[in-house]
Design a binder for this molecule. Sequence first.
Ligand code: NAD
Length: 337
Amino acid sequence: MTQTITVIRGDGIGPEIMDATLHVLDAMKLGLAYEEADAGLVALEKHGDLLPQATLDSISRNKVALKSPLTTPVGGGFSSINVQLRRHFDLYANVRPATSFPNTRSRFTEGVDIITVRENTEGAYTAEGQETAPDGSWAVSITRNTRKGSERIVRYAFDLARSTGRKKVTVVHKANILKSTSGIFLNAARDVAKEYPDIECNEMIVDNCCMQLVMRPEQFDIIVTTNLFGDIISDLCAGLIGGLGLIPGANIGKDAAIFEAVHGSAPDIAGKGVANPCALLLGAAQMLDHIGMADRATQLRAAIVATLEAKDSLTPDLGGTGTTMSFAKAIAGRVAA
Ligand code: NAD
C-alpha cells in the first residue's frame, strides 16, 4: 500500500527547503504519496488559523508528517504551533541526531555521533503557570514532571539504543538542585535502566554535560534528558557539528510522528534560495527509518555525505556558493533510485 505523507511547507525558507527535499525524495523513487497541509503564517493568511483542523486531520489520517519550519507571530496571544502539535498528538519523544559531516564549518568534522532524546511534553519548557507581578518585581512559572512521562522517554532512549546497535545512554539532569522535578526524572531513569542490562548507562549533571560535550564529545552516544535541557543540549550539539543547517528532529508519539529540521524559518535569508536543505533532508531520512525504509534512509544519508565530501554545490552557510536547489540536485544525483 502506498504510504501517504502529510507535507507542511511552512514559512520563510520552509517552501524552499521542502521543494529541495521533495526533489531528492522523488529522485529516489520511493513510491510515497504527499498530502499538502497548511500551518503557520501561511495558514493564518489563507484560513485565518495558524493550525487549521484540516491539517490536524491530515496528520491523524496519515500518522506521518514532514514539516518545514513555522513562524509563530510574536505577541497577539499566539502560542507556538510546534508546541501545539506536540501536545495535540502527544509527541513525547524529540529525537535529534548530531553527526560529524565532512567540509562543514565546525570544530568537529569527525568523531561526533550523538542522539539527543528530549522529553517533549512536560517540564520547564511548557510555559505552565506563567505569572509576572503587575510591577514586574517577580515572576513565577510551574515546572511539572511526571513519573510516567519520565519513564516513557527513558524507555524510548534505551529501546532506541537497542534497535540501532548503540551501546550507551547518558541520563542528563540537575537533581542535585532541582530535587523534585529533576529528581523524579533521575529516579525513573535509574529504575528503567535496570531493565536494560545490555546497555551501559551513566548519569551526568547538565552543566558538566555541556562542558564535556565541548571538550570530549566522542564519549557520548545517546543522551536522554528533560524538555528544556534537551532543547539547549541539542543546539549545543548542532554547534559542534556545523550549525543548525545539519540537524534534523523527529517528534514521535504513539499514534503520529512529525519530522522536521531543528532550525527555524530564517526570515533573514528567506526567498534568496540559499538555505541549506540538509536538516530537512536528514529529517526525511529519519522519516524513512520510521516507516520501515531504513535502507533507503541510509542511501539518502550517504548521498548527503558524498555531496559534502565533494564540496559539490554547497550553500553559503557551508562555505559554498551553491543554492538550495543546486545543492539538492547534487544530492539527488548521488541517490540510487
Ligand atoms: P532560525 O533557526 O530561523 O535562524 C537562526 C540563524 O540560522 C539565522 O541566521 C538563519 O539564517 C540561520 N539558518 C537557519 N536555518 C538555516 C538553513 N537551513 N540554512 C542556512 N542558514 C540557516 O531562528 P530564529 O531566527 O530565532 O527564528 C525565526 C523564526 O523561526 C521564529 O518565528 C521562530 O519562532 C521560528 N522557529 C520555528 C521552528 C520550527 O518550526 N521548528 C524552530 C525554531 C524557530
